[in-house]
Design a protein around this ligand. Structure first.
Ligand SMILES: [Zn+2]
Length: 84
């Protein structure tokens, strides 16, 4: 398979890892995300295999969230549109 070309700058992209932070509710995790990265800009391409890594991290966060069973106070960020 040929190396992908950056859609932004036309630069051949390289395999590598970069720190990525994902968040789920009030949890967040930073991990090394594999993928194709561009030298010239911040563009990145992730294959299905790469996305499995972030999927796994997200699942881990969700599991942590479940284990903690936080009591959610009824704080609403804004008014809920309930009028019809
Ligand atoms: Zn680029």
């Amino acid at each position: 398979m040929a190396d992908p070309i950056c859609p932004e700058t036309g630069t051949p992209m390289k395999r590598g890892v970069a720190p990525m932070t994902i968040s789920y509710k009030d949890q967040s995790a930073t991990f090394e995300m594999p993928g194709w990265y561009c030298d010239k800009c911040s563009e990145s391409i992730h294959t299905g295999e790469d996305l499995k890594v972030s999927d796994q991290m997200l699942n881990r966060l969700k599991a942590q969230q479940k284990r903690q069973r936080p009591v959610q106070p009824a704080t609403t960020a804004g008014p809920t549109p309930s009028s019809r």
